[in-house]
Structures are given as C-alpha cells and as structure tokens.
Ligand binder design. Structure first.
Ligand SMILES: Cc1cc2nc3c(=O)[nH]c(=O)nc-3n(C[C@H](O)[C@H](O)[C@H](O)COP(=O)(O)OP(=O)(O)OC[C@H]3O[C@@H](n4cnc5c(N)ncnc54)[C@H](O)[C@@H]3O)c2cc1C
Length: 430
C-alpha cells in the first residue's frame, strides 16, 4: 500500500474539494486530493454560482474562463402554476453586484477546476480510485509539530483493496452528501432527511426565453419547474441555449424516508413525472416541450441533514455537502462549499495551529450554513410561489392583490442576508 505524507489531505475531488486544493496552492500550503471514483467525469446538469462565490473563484484567477463558458444570469423570476408573474429581480452584474452570478453545467465547472488543480498541484497529487475507508483524527494541540498527525486509509471501491494511506496535519472531508467521514463522526445520524419531494433534472437545446439570461421558477411547494440557460458558448454559436430544467413533485414514501443511496441520481423515463406538467404551456415558455426535447432525466430525492453541533474532531474537519447538505433551493449548494474553502484556507494561514484554525473556521461557517439549511426547509426565497398558491390557487389579476410588494421584497432580502449574498455583504468586502 502506497504511503503519502502531506500537510493537508482533501478527501473528495468534487466542487468543494478541488476549490480547496486551489486555495491551498494559492497560499503555498502543500496538499493532496483523494477521490473515490476511478475517473473524474463531467457529471450533473446545471449549477449556480452566486456572486459571493464567484468573487472567491475570481481570486483564484478563474473569472475569465468562467465568463467564457457560463451564462451571466441577469434575472430570477417566479411565476405561479398558471405562468403569471409573482416576483422578478435582477441578479449578478445586472443587480449592481461587483461580480456576476453564473449558471453553468456542473460537469463543465468540475472539469475547469480539475484542469487548474492538475496544472497547479500536478496530476500525481490528485489521486482517483481512492475512497476513504477509515481514519484517525490525531490530536490537534501544539501546532503541526505538537500533538499527533491525522491518518487515513483508502480503498479501491470495486476491488475493496486498500490502496493508499496518508498522514497529514489536517484532513478535510469534502466527500459530499453521503460523507463517510461524517457518518464516522455521527454513526447514529442515519440516512439523509427526505423532504417528500423528488427532483428530475435534465438539459435540452431551446430558444432563449424572457431576458435570455433568466432563471425562472414556476409552481409551488409540491409542483415546481425550474429552467435556466447554462452555456454561453452554445448561445454564441447557434443563438439557442443549452437549457437546464428541473421538474419537482411531491412523492411521499410510506416510511417518510429517502430512497436508498443506490437509487439517487438514476436515469428514469420521463413519463414518471411529465404528465402533471402537460398543461404548463405559456406564451413565454413551453415546459412540456423542454421535457420532451431534452436528453435523459436524472432522479434525485430532495434531501438534507440537520445542522451539526461540531464539524471538527482532532485534525479532521468537514466541508461543503459533507458539512451542511441542504435542499437545492436558493442556488446555494456549490456557493456555500466555495465559501467554506475561503474561510478555512484563510484560517490556516492566519492561525498559529490547526486547532485554532479549525475553531475559527467553524465559528465563521457552521452556524451561518446551518441557518441556510433551515431557511431552505421553509422553501427559502421560493416561498413566494407557495404563498401565491395558498392565497390564489386559481390565479390573480396582479400579484399585489394577494401578496403585498413589501412582503415580496422582505422575503427576497431576508434570504440574501441569511445566505450572505446581500449586495452590501458582497460589494463591501471587495
Ligand atoms: C455526480 C454528481 C452530480 C451532481 N450534479 C449536480 C447538479 O446537476 N446540480 C447541482 O446543483 N448539484 C449537483 N451535485 C451536487 C453539487 O456538486 C454539490 O451540492 C456542491 O457542489 C457541493 O460540493 P461538494 O464538493 O461538497 O460535493 P460534491 O460535488 O458532491 O463532491 C463530493 C465528492 O466526494 C467524492 N467522494 C464521495 N465519497 C467519497 C469517499 N468515501 N472517499 C473519497 N471521495 C469520496 C465524490 O465522488 C465526489 O466527487 C452533484 C454531485 C455529484 C457528486
């Protein structure tokens, strides 16, 4: 079994893990990435990067490459199930932020990060086919030279063979929603908490709608469509958009529990979810046409986990979805993982030892992300759609007949503040 020695070992080469690796490199911190899958591939569909996370990626020198491929989202627009407008607000540069909001294919974002990580760290420091099997937390008192270091053993998932071991001053577990490290820390936590709703995700090529750079959401808490374009390249070449769509329906399970892990992200026939959306044809968007045109549909139970009392034990800590998995509401999953990396990397440089760095990271990020998890359980900014449904299921002449403008404004402003991307929070720190 090959043995490695590094200052920081990152478990998981997803979005959070690779950004963390770039953060370490930028600060001259020696690090390695250990990823479970044998080959990192461009998986997923659309993902959003809010301006506060784009600011961090800009600091890593990625802004121009992102801008060349992602859509600079200019608007978030909510509609009821009849296609009537509830709330529209400018986003990113159009809203006066110093940094854009990007909508991008997750696979494209992931591969961009991988290219940079390989270029800076070297391919030999980003190891695939290494799934963490067990670890020791070490003792963090006394700095890098005091205490004992953390260790981790990795296996090859297909063969079960133990293939690598690492010893490090710090191990960062960025191993996602089904984190092995988190479940070792919290063995009684059980599976992710199921919201009773399922998402089906896909992409298709479609003409622009609304501003051409809008993210639209329609429906209410138990039936929702989300649609937004994700590729500037394709639009520039063809005038059409690679369009991300998400259809969401309430799907109660007898036990109220999430489907088993192996059923996540599986490809399903569109007939499973298409019928309830059949009438969602409006003069500005044809939802059934998007579903039927598109490529495959991927099923994803909407789950999260309760906020934790502690992320760090000894010299091992959690980051991204491993630390704070949240409903994909409010476009925060990737952005909050990226914010974690900035906080942790800064603390590692500023603080004298790992113990203090981890304490500062948790103080900065744990409660803040816990609030977003809980806000998303209340549908976050999407609650305007549920209010419209409850107050006017048959539709309205004007939204302000059923929801006051001040109420709409307050919901939007409150969520931005909670998630840390109010304009004053982002631009202030420029
Ligand atoms: C295949 C895939 C597709 C996705 N598609 C979308 C999408 O279309 N839209 C969207 O909004 N979000 C998507 N997500 C989730 C999104 O990437 C995250 O919510 C967000 O970016 C936070 O990133 P993260 O690094 O914490 O987690 P992730 O990006 O999920 O990365 C976790 C990484 O850890 C690895 N890993 C897991 N277990 C182990 C282990 N035991 N040892 C070592 N490595 C391990 C995983 O293989 C993965 O590469 C997807 C995630 C995955 C893994």
């Amino acid at each position: 079994m090959k043995k490695w020695n590094t200052r920081v070992a990152i478990i998981g080469g997803g979005i959070g893990g690779l950004v963390m690796a770039l953060q370490c490199h930028k600060r001259g911190i020696d690090c390695m990435v250990f990823e479970a899958v044998e080959k990192l591939e461009p998986l997923g569909v659309g993902i959003n990067l809010l301006p506060h996370s784009v600011k961090i990626l800009a600091g890593l020198g990625l802004l121009d490459e992102l801008a060349a491929t992602a859509i600079e989202t200019s608007e978030l627009a909510y509609f009821n199930k009849h296609g009537q407008p509830i709330w529209r607000e400018p986003r990113g540069l159009a809203a006066g932020y110093d940094f854009p909001q990007f909508s991008i294919h997750r696979g494209e974002l992931h591969m961009l990060l991988l290219r940079h990580a390989v270029a800076h760290l070297g391919a030999e420091r980003i190891l695939t086919g290494r799934a963490v099997k067990r670890f020791t937390t070490g003792v963090s008192h006394g700095g890098a030279i005091g205490g004992t270091r953390a260790t981790a053993v990795f296996e090859h998932r297909r063969t079960g063979e133990e293939v690598a071991e690492v010893e490090a001053d710090l191990i960062i577990a960025a191993d996602g929603m089904h984190s092995t490290v988190r479940s070792t820390f919290y063995p009684d936590e059980g599976p992710p908490k199921y919201s009773g709703r399922v998402l089906w995700r896909g992409t298709c090529v479609a003409p622009p709608f609304l501003t051409g750079r809008s993210m639209m959401q329609a429906g209410h808490a138990t039936q929702k469509a989300v649609v937004y374009p994700i590729s500037k390249k394709l639009f520039d070449q063809t005038g059409n958009n690679l369009t991300n769509w998400i259809m969401e329906l309430a799907v109660p399970t007898p036990s109220g529990e999430a489907p088993p892990k192996q059923d996540w992200s599986r490809q399903v026939d569109k007939s499973v979810f298409a019928k309830p959306f059949a009438g969602w044809r409006w003069d500005w968007l044809d939802v059934p046409a998007l579903i039927s045109k598109g490529g495959p549909a991927w099923e994803y139970p909407m789950c999260d986990r309760d906020p934790l009392p502690r992320w760090s034990h000894g010299r091992v800590t959690l980051l991204g979805d491993a630390a704070h998995p949240m409903y994909p509401i409010g476009s925060n999953g990737a952005s909050q993982a990226i914010l974690d990396t900035e906080s942790l990397a800064t603390a590692l440089v500023d603080e004298a030892d790992v113990e203090r760095a981890l304490a500062r990271y948790e103080a900065d990020r744990r409660e803040a992300t816990g609030k977003i998890v809980l806000a998303n359980r209340g549908n976050g900014p999407d609650q305007v759609m549920q209010l419209a449904e409850e107050r006017a299921p048959g539709g309205f002449k004007h939204v302000n007949d059923v929801i006051a403008q001040e109420e709409l404004e307050a919901i939007s402003a409150r969520y931005k503040q909670t998630a840390g991307f109010a304009k004053s929070q982002v631009n202030q720190r420029t």
